[in-house]
Design a protein around this ligand. Structure first.
Ligand code: FRU
Length: 498
């Protein structure tokens, strides 16, 4: 085997995910497709690799896979940190920030006011604009534009609403400690009028952060549009720490009404499985969607980390990757509208680096060929007598990450207790699980493995689990297994990714 030439701390740098060159990132911000380019801004510490000095970093891509790091877009100063928010293309220059022939991009972000500011102690919404396609930004001199005199009012997602009540800007933001999403409207992005509130509802075990609200056709039927409200919360996720939940319902231009609320008010721990989760893993947070993606596609990306241990993951000089970009759609599942997620991924279109198996009967552990540090694993299992079956990835005999299905319990579990370096934080080594049903009798898993992560899309993306792992760079073996009985791997394909 060839020696690892990169320094150990760099061994975890992702190959198919975005991470900064040598700084810290958290939430994705200001996601927008504009002039043929996808813009990914994000919470960034330009001066270090732990959280602090919050500014908007920036990366661009034309294919959502390869990202180019750009200079910091909106920087913190003595009076404010630049917390999360969004960007709109102000096509008709409603804000007046554009020129006669230039439609500006307008960023709506949360100002966290510092000691030097007359607004010290508050979080309020502010504007910045760009007339060069999102590369340089000017802060509005009359910031903030929306101030509730609150210390926890943040994370505005703004989009253009057009419906029976007219066409205007809508903002969804949170009163984080009240577990409430607040909605506002504006004609010019500068003056905002209160519309309504949503929550508390379902999971309320932590602060509510980074909301989003968007329409999707159910089962592809454009005559049956539903609205999806997503809300991230920390802590209080289904497997501990940070996670995102969603509600499906109706938005009439003023009020969002959920059809899927299980509890109104205080979280009922016994009902966590009934709440709708964007991802059941430990490392998919602050997920929001892009504005202005062509063809009505709804694309989301999340921060692939968890506030429980985010500052301590063993990477350097960078810290924290983003998830893959996911296209979300709404499908009927047992008669209920549920999100289905599919990573935006171009099939390399050749079988180079691919190993395929069909009809493997498994009893115990069975190593397979084709393991790699960065790969896509597609597996279909038919249960037999086994209590549990699945795969062990990024293995070397001693360490490995176990992805297992227990059909009688109806659960998918990821066991990362033996996944490699786990001792940097007491909450990191864990066995995390999600409910998983297979009405058709077979279980489909699509698993994207990278140097420090695994993203699992089960049953056509209806259940997803995203987890960080820090294995030895040389741990690349893959096994399939069945315990206490047999199972059949009806197909297995391992594709090495560049
Ligand atoms: C979510 C969050 C947001 C806030 C930002 C600060 O991860 O706490 O609510 O705007 O991070 O970096």
């Amino acid at each position: 085997m060839t020696a690892v030439s990169s320094p150990v701390s760099e061994a975890f740098r992702p190959a198919i995910h975005y991470a900064c060159k040598n700084t810290w990132l958290n939430d994705p911000n200001g996601l927008i497709f504009h002039d043929g380019t996808y813009h990914l801004y994000y919470q960034n510490n330009p001066f270090g690799n732990i959280w602090g000095n919050m500014s908007w970093g920036h990366a661009t891509s034309t294919d959502l896979l390869n990202w180019i790091e750009q200079p910091v877009a909106i920087a913190c100063d003595e009076s404010e940190d630049i917390f999360s928010g969004s960007i709109v293309w102000d096509q008709y220059n409603t804000s007046g920030f554009g020129g006669q022939h230039t439609a500006p991009l307008v960023a709506i972000y949360t100002s966290l006011f510092k000691k030097d500011s007359p607004h010290y102690g508050r979080q309020a919404q502010s504007l910045a604009w760009s007339t060069d396609g999102g590369y340089s930004w000017t802060k509005y001199h009359e910031n903030p534009v929306l101030d509730r005199k609150s210390a926890n009012f943040r994370d505005p997602k703004v989009f253009r609403y057009s419906g029976p009540r007219g066409s205007y800007w809508v903002m969804v933001a949170v009163e984080a400690h009240d577990h409430t999403v607040v909605l506002y409207r504006s004609d010019d992005l500068k003056t905002w009028e209160y519309l309504s509130s949503f929550g508390p509802a379902n999971a309320t075990g932590g602060v509510w952060e980074c909301p989003d609200l968007f329409p999707l056709p159910l089962d592809g039927n454009e005559d049956n549009i539903k609205w999806v409200l997503t809300v991230n919360l920390h802590p209080g996720g289904p497997n501990g720490g940070s996670a995102g939940q969603y509600f499906v319902g109706h938005f009439d231009g003023v009020t969002f009404t959920a059809a899927s609320t299980v509890t109104d008010g205080l979280q009922d721990p016994a009902r966590m499985d009934e709440y709708l989760w964007l991802d059941w893993g430990r490392d998919y947070y602050a997920a929001v969607s892009f504005n202005n993606v062509p063809d009505g596609r709804r694309l989301m990306i999340g921060w692939m980390n968890n506030w429980q241990y985010g500052n301590e993951i063993p990477t350097s000089p960078w810290r924290s990757p983003m998830s893959l970009v996911r296209e979300v759609s709404l499908v009927s599942s047992n008669g209920q509208p549920r999100l289905s997620q599919r990573p935006v991924w171009e099939d390399p279109g050749s079988d180079t680096g691919t190993v395929s198996y069909t009809g493997l009967d498994v009893d115990g552990f069975h190593p397979v060929e084709g393991g790699a540090a960065v790969q896509l694993i597609e597996a279909t299992f038919v249960p037999g007598s086994a209590e549990e079956f699945g795969l062990v990835i990024r293995g070397n005999g001693a360490e490995g990450t176990k992805i297992g299905i227990r059909p009688a319990d109806g659960r998918l579990a990821v066991d990362r207790t033996m996944s490699g370096n786990t001792d940097f934080h007491e909450t990191f080594p864990s066995i995390d699980s999600a409910p998983l049903q297979a009405p058709g009798g077979t279980y489909d898993l699509r698993i994207f493995v990278d140097h420090c992560s695994v993203e699992i899309f089960a049953q056509n993306g209806q259940v997803t689990m995203t987890e960080l792992i820090f294995p030895d760079p040389e741990s690349i073996s893959v096994s399939v297994y069945a315990s206490e009985g047999t199972a059949t791997v009806s197909s297995l394909k391992l594709t090495t990714l560049p």
